[in-house]
Design a protein. Structure first.
Length: 327
């Protein structure tokens, strides 16, 4: 990190003008819903540690994992009310409130991690951050988890296998439409309830990353896993905008720096964790099927109506960027 000296009491950016502001202790409550040994859980921990180091202990990021404070359904309101200052929801959590965010949940919209990175760092990311402003939210970073896979108590290979099955989803119209297109029913529910809903047979299946399936032990209540990579689960790190604007430029710089380092680390980490937990997950007795190229084409065809339905909602600017990405 250029220009940073750990032996100075503050980061050089803060050293002169901002010293005064940093005498006061700043507490940032960061709430999330996943386990600590997940890509998001570890990224939040790292961010907290970096902020502490860079601010010489003046800024404290308090981490509340596993939905102990708020669920994915309630954390947005808590952020707006100022009860917490930072969250990192899955994109899907924003899509109903801010329709542009549906773009990241279009089925098969990203072919690989490079597509994802390009979207985060380019015009798509910029447009999406802009869309947060009117909602009093400040977009700080995009974090990766990974591609979503399907699990169920019934085998899933072809679109017709979905017919009549019930799936838990993150509450979002675009995800609902994805399952509807396959003839299945989808029910929005908080992440912390997924295990129980599967255990009680309130739903037959769900979609998630390897890491979330493994750390939530969903293999205990599911028989089948289909490696489908049909959607992407990533996070947007958000701060309460009024809180952000009240921070001194020096404090903002520390947060930005810490976040930049965390993001670079988290993107590599997400891949490594999902790979490592995939090795573990394979020992847990699920019957695993990898979608064949032909089956994938059939899924893509069946899910096409989602694009038609949501393109007008997402708007031409973002849809145009998706075309460029796919070109
Ligand atoms: C889910 O609800 O399935 C995910 O959003 C959980 C998470 O935040 O990774």
């Amino acid at each position: 990190l250029i220009g940073f000296r750990a032996d100075l009491p503050f980061s050089p950016l803060d050293y002169d003008e901002e010293q005064e502001g940093l005498q006061e202790r700043i507490i940032i409550k960061f709430s999330h819903v996943v386990a600590e040994n997940t890509p998001k859980g570890l990224a939040v921990e790292r961010f907290s540690r970096l902020v502490k180091e860079k601010s010489n202990g003046h800024i404290e990021v308090q981490v509340f994992p596993n939905g102990i404070l708020y669920s994915d359904i309630t954390e947005g309101a808590a952020l707006r009310n100022g009860d917490i200052q930072m969250i990192a929801p899955a994109f899907s959590n924003l899509a109903d409130q801010i329709p542009q965010w549906s773009v990241l949940d279009l089925p098969f919209v990203f072919r690989n991690q490079e597509d994802v990175q390009e979207a985060f760092e380019g015009e798509i990311g910029r447009l999406l951050f802009e869309s947060l402003e009117p909602y009093d939210m400040k977009g700080i970073a995009f974090w990766s988890n990974g591609f979503k896979q399907m699990t169920s108590n019934y085998p899933i290979r072809l679109p017709e296998d979905f017919v009549g099955q019930r799936f838990r989803i993150i509450q979002s119209k675009v995800l609902e439409a994805q399952f509807q297109a396959m003839g299945a029913k989808a029910y929005g529910a908080p992440f912390i309830d997924v295990y129980q809903k599967l255990a009680n047979s309130q739903v037959d299946g769900q979609e998630n990353t390897i890491s979330n399936i493994f750390t939530r032990k969903l293999y205990q209540v599911q028989h089948y896993l289909t490696l489908s990579n049909h959607g992407y689960l990533g996070y947007v790190v958000i701060m309460n905008r009024r809180f952000w604007e009240k921070l001194s430029p020096g404090t903002q710089a520390i947060i930005r720096e810490a976040m930049e380092e965390t993001t670079a680390y988290s993107n590599q980490l997400a891949r490594a964790i999902n790979e490592q937990q995939w090795d573990e997950l394979q020992k847990m007795g699920l019957e695993i099927h990898e979608l064949t190229p032909e089956e994938k084409v059939a899924w893509e065809e069946a899910m096409k109506p989602v694009y038609e339905k949501f393109a007008p909602v997402i708007g031409p600017a973002l849809m145009n960027e998706i075309e460029i990405l796919h070109a």
